[in-house]
Design a protein around this ligand. Structure first.
Ligand code: ZN
Length: 288
């Protein structure tokens, strides 16, 4: 394997059927990987044991196959619990502290569109139990996104983040370990995860993991609302796969093959003519 081999991924959580918003991430990451002759790996983000269901991971895998998006690897977070334990042990204790704040307390903290800004309420309490928070003191405040350009973080928005909740590991932490274990070097995902990128890059540096490239694409909105799993009318069906692919390519402002009718040929043409510079460099976009 070449050192320069592109390795990308799609990491859905199986807490519902695959919907159009999530499918945009699948298609964007797949086409970008294949345009770069790379591998495209699937990760089932099933760390949240309460919300994850096997029936949904099966649905996701089936739908991707029906859309000819064949993963080069299928990885389940639940197979890697020992890895999370091992890496958590490597975080120097003085960089973390326990937090006892309830959801109710967190909801009273200053809110920003990136989430609640944690004010270090438990930093000096020397608690012995609770959720484990990382101190985010020495983070890099900017990075270059392949779509959005230079992204800067306002220092007042930096807040200590949870790496392990009371009952399970936090998504933001697992994701860093998973990307490393899967050899991922390019992350293509929705712009709703831009802020997590700062937290994840901080952890990557802490573990001396390689620096990754990021491309955050616009997230699909229906009016003022982000499309989510609760929008059952936004589930996708292979019967309409050509129509869905064409509408995704239009959203991504890509050239669509003229006079080509078959799904497979449209997908192949999209891979060949893929142009990341054409992707709208906005954080959200409306589904027309
Ligand atoms: Zn707290």
């Amino acid at each position: 394997m070449s050192d320069n081999l592109y390795i990308g991924r799609f990491a859905p959580s199986p807490s519902g059927k695959l919907h159009i918003g999530s499918f945009l991430s699948a298609i964007t990451s797949y086409i970008d990987a294949k345009h770069n002759n790379g591998l495209w790996k699937l990760r089932i983000d099933d760390i949240d044991s309460e919300r994850s269901k096997k029936i949904y991971s099966e649905n996701i895998i089936k739908i991707l196959k029906d859309f000819l998006l064949d993963p080069d690897e299928i990885y389940y977070q639940t197979d890697h619990l020992n890895d999370y334990v091992n890496y958590l042990d490597r975080i120097p204790k003085e960089k973390t502290y326990f937090c006892e704040c309830t959801r109710k307390i967190i909801s009273t903290l200053p809110q920003h569109d990136i989430g609640a800004i944690y004010n270090g309420r438990c930093l000096n309490k020397n608690l012995k139990y609770g959720a484990l928070r990382m101190q985010m003191k020495k983070i890099n405040f900017s990075f270059d996104d392949l779509n959005l350009g230079l992204i800067k973080l306002d220092k007042t928005h930096v807040s200590d983040f949870i790496v392990r909740g009371k009952n399970q590991f936090a998504y933001v932490f697992c994701c860093v370990i998973d990307d490393y274990l899967q050899g991922v070097n390019t992350i293509v995902r929705g712009s709703d995860l831009v802020f997590q990128t700062f937290q994840q890059r901080y952890l990557q540096e802490l573990f001396s993991f390689p620096t990754l490239s990021y491309l955050h694409h616009p997230v699909l909105y229906d009016g003022k609302r982000k499309i989510s799993k609760s929008d059952q009318d936004k589930e996708i069906h292979p019967d309409n796969r050509t129509e869905i692919l064409v509408s995704m390519l239009k959203i991504l402002n890509q050239k669509i093959a003229p006079n080509i009718k078959s799904y497979k040929s449209i997908l192949e043409h999209a891979i060949e003519s893929w142009d990341i510079k054409a992707i709208p460099n906005s954080t959200r976009i409306n589904l027309c």
